[in-house]
Design a protein around this ligand. Structure first.
Ligand code: ATP
Length: 508
């Protein structure tokens, strides 16, 4: 992991590249933006679509045991009562009464300043890679400012959720640095509410879904009754979810509107759930590698038993080394039969399958891999981004920015470049190739500026290959082009058939 200065530079560089090259814009930017909402620009939308399409192909179309669905964003409000979201989908919220800032109590940390065994006051800091170091530094500053004599004990970092009633008024607000303005944590439900129909009273309240998963549970019987699925099988869905996050942050990592790719894998109640769980964790890790995430950036976090919901058998998160720290990318949960049972009880409609062997009905259990498309997007950008010194044609050293995106997900697969813009023979050949390529692939035609500049432009967009139509193409036999490879920057001659072969191999 780079040190914190490097990591914040990397994050800044990613945000700036994303804006400059049209990957991601702030939502409603001309009105000052809206915190926690983002737009995807022309390159971004292609990259995101490719991530989504790869997932769908690998998860649904290329498997015989998974089917897809698309359910509505607004569902019957009873869905969210049965699922537990109305009562429990909340984060602990803390207000600073002076600054009007709001914090998540589990992301706010504090420590007592203990000098010669006595508590002299408190310090606070927000969650970051440096929380412990910041609290220690703040404690030292506190002691110096108050001119306290004696030995300062190393700070003990505590979450604000653990602060006692007596301690809360003594902990300084991170916004003002002064104690006395923080409220006690209270549960804040993260579901966005709306009203369905013309009346806006309690009877018309509905919610924007905070996850896509409930769609799979609620339609479970429909899928079983209308298709030929047999256990074990999965139902997958990709779609928008909404959470009124208290502190959206880290660019698109935690936003209020985001996209999820979720799959519910139903297994027999007597099946070996631990084996199925492990198989899905491995499937997810391999899939992430198949779209270019390096193994060195991936790790696992198994949730401790005592922190799991009562129905949960186990949850493992695949973590990614983001510029701001190692964070959850993909959660794979073994949820028992909790969700189907809840809906069966609340709706009065049994959610069972029939076991031919035992002639008994049972409620299947489920393994749930749930991931955010936007989190994968940010992981992919983080891993792909590089700035390096390279030599230009004249041997001068210059810097290039490159996105080493896997060809599977790169927004543009090939750029077609006629060496000169005003030589018809070159542009005609280039146009003909471009027209042929674009039937199957996302390609760009670029005839503007020096060839070196055009290569750099494509490097920054993550285009794996450029083909240049030059004088050898039209003057020498063989109808070959110069193929320039993004990562190695090597060039070689290639025929049209070989180019299509190369693409077929790498873009799948
Ligand atoms: P976190 O602890 O980071 O809030 P979570 O455990 O609540 O996440 P889940 O409810 O398991 O997340 O959601 C499944 C996946 O959806 C997450 O692994 C993540 O990839 C994605 N996700 C969840 N919340 C957000 C968000 N606010 N913005 C973007 N992606 C999100």
């Amino acid at each position: 992991m780079p040190d914190s200065a490097d990591s914040s530079n990397l994050m800044e560089a990613l945000v700036s590249l994303a804006k400059r090259r049209g990957f991601i814009y702030q939502s409603s930017e001309i009105y000052g933006g809206l915190n926690g909402f983002f737009d995807y620009g022309p390159l971004g939308v292609e990259l995101k679509r490719n991530i989504r399409d790869c997932w769908w192909r690998d998860m649904v179309q290329r498997r015989e045991d998974v089917v897809g669905i698309e359910t509505s964003i607004i569902m019957h409000p009873k869905v969210w009562e049965a699922s537990g979201h109305v009562a429990g989908f909340s984060d602990p919220l803390v207000d600073c009464k002076v600054s009007k800032q709001r914090y998540r109590a589990d992301q706010l940390f504090f420590a007592a300043v203990v000098v010669d065994g006595k508590t002299a006051g408190y310090v606070s800091a927000l969650e970051s890679e440096r929380t412990a170091a910041e609290l220690q530094e703040a404690a030292e500053t506190f002691k110096r400012k108050k001119a306290l004599q004696g030995a300062l004990e190393p700070v003990k970092v505590r979450e604000f959720t653990e602060a006692t009633e007596a301690e809360i008024p003594l902990v300084p607000s991170p916004a003002t640095g002064e104690p006395g303005s923080l409220t006690a944590p209270r549960a804040f439900n993260m579901m966005f509410q709306t009203n369905v129909g013309a009346m806006s009273d309690a009877s018309s309240v509905a919610y924007l879904r905070p996850e896509t998963a409930q769609g799979m549970f609620v339609d479970f019987k429909n899928v079983v009754d209308t298709t030929r699925v047999k256990l074990p099988f999965g139902i997958a869905q990709i779609g928008k979810s909404f959470r009124n996050e208290i502190t959206p942050r880290n660019f698109i990592f935690r936003s209020r509107e985001f996209e999820q790719m979720e799959m519910e894998y139903f297994i027999h109640e007597d099946a070996d759930w631990a084996k199925a769980h492990e198989e899905w964790i491995m499937w997810c890790e391999n899939w992430l590698k198949s779209i270019g995430l390096p193994e060195s950036h991936l790790s696992r976090y198994a949730h401790p038993k005592e922190k799991l919901a009562f129905y949960s058998r186990g949850t493992v998160d695949i973590m990614f080394k983001y510029p701001f720290g190692v964070q959850e990318l993909w959660g794979i949960a073994a949820r028992g039969n909790y969700d189907l049972t809840q809906h069966a009880n609340a709706s009065g409609k049994p959610q069972e399958m029939f076991d031919e062997a035992t002639k008994k009905k049972f409620v299947p259990h489920v393994i749930e891999p749930a991931v955010g498309t936007d989190r994968i997007f940010l992981a992919v950008l983080t891993a792909a981004y590089a700035v390096e010194d390279v030599k230009d044609e004249k041997g001068n050293v210059e810097q290039r920015t490159v996105l080493r995106l896997s060809p599977r997900i790169a927004p543009v697969k090939v750029a077609v470049l006629p060496l000169l813009k005003n030589k018809e023979q070159l542009t005609n050949r280039a146009r003909a190739l471009f027209e042929k390529l674009k039937r199957n692939y996302a390609v760009q035609y670029d005839d503007g500026g020096a060839i070196g500049k055009r290569y750099r432009r494509q490097d920054e967009a993550g285009t794996p290959w450029c083909v240049t139509i030059d004088f050898d193409t039209i003057e020498k036999p063989g109808d070959t082009f110069t193929l320039r490879e993004r990562d190695s920057m090597t060039q070689k001659r290639i025929t049209e058939a070989e180019l299509f072969q190369l693409l077929a191999e790498h873009v799948y």
